[in-house]
Design a protein around this ligand. Structure first.
Ligand code: AMP
Length: 227
């Protein structure tokens, strides 16, 4: 594939969108744009956006569309998006999807890869497995390595294998916040999936399996959608 173009990774919280996006970054050399990561960076830096988003994110609710759209608009102006990019966690509402469609139509003139239609891949994993993935997830605050106390525990409980730093848990990875994130997903993101399904550039892949196998499934799906 010469240029992968714009790719959306969709799926419930914990299906592995972030992990898979990183695999695709490695394979294709295009950037991952994770609205969750950009928001967390704003919270950590204490920006005005971060201050607004912090409480909303801790409760597992969605940050207002206008703020997130603006964030994505700024990121899409970076030159590293010319051959394509992987959107991870965006769009999450129908309003965000319509905004993105409009923006892509308006900017389709410039780079050939940017004229490629957006393709959407939804990763599927069942609810109980998601709960284990989310409530077991721990992060190294130094090198960002992600562990799971059930499926990928560190050698010494609670500490990073690489950095030795005490592992942390995302505030929205508790069972209570997970339940709210799933509710927000069902109510607001299911219509986004239906939107891209109707446009016909949409496919579903299983997220159940080793990372490389899931990634290979996504690559195949994107290639098919680009034919
Ligand atoms: P994530 O890391 O993608 O699970 O996102 C973590 C949290 O950031 C979500 O639970 C939301 O509070 C917020 N967030 C991330 N992406 C979006 C988005 N596209 N729209 C609204 N809120 C978002």
């Amino acid at each position: 594939m010469i240029a992968p173009g714009p790719i959306l990774l969709l799926g419930a919280p914990g299906v592995g969108k972030g992990t898979q996006a990183k695999e695709l970054v490695r394979l294709w050399g295009i950037p991952q744009i994770s609205t969750g990561d950009i928001l967390r960076a704003n919270v950590a830096q204490g920006t005005a956006l971060g201050k607004t988003a912090k409480g909303i994110m801790h409760r597992g609710e969605l940050v207002p569309d206008s703020l997130v759209n603006e964030m994505v608009a700024v990121r899409l102006q970076e030159p590293d998006t010319a051959r394509g990019y992987i959107l991870d966690g965006f769009p999450r509402t129908l309003a965000q999807a319509h905004w993105l469609d409009g923006r892509l139509a308006a900017t389709a003139c410039c780079e050939p890869a940017q004229s490629l239609p957006l393709v959407a891949v939804s990763i599927q994993v069942d609810y109980n497995q998601l709960l284990r993935r989310i409530s077991g997830r721990r992060n190294c605050p130094v090198c960002q390595t992600i562990y799971n106390i059930y499926s990928k525990p560190p050698q010494r409980a609670g500490f990073c294998d690489v950095e030795g730093a005490a592992l942390t848990q995302r505030a929205d990875d508790t069972e209570k916040a997970f339940a709210e994130r799933m509710r927000a997903y069902a109510a607001q993101t299911t219509p986004v999936i239906e939107h891209y399904r109707e446009l016909g550039r949409f496919t579903e892949v299983s997220g159940d399996g080793p990372i490389a196998v899931v990634a290979a499934g996504i690559v195949k799906a994107v290639e098919r959608l680009r034919e």
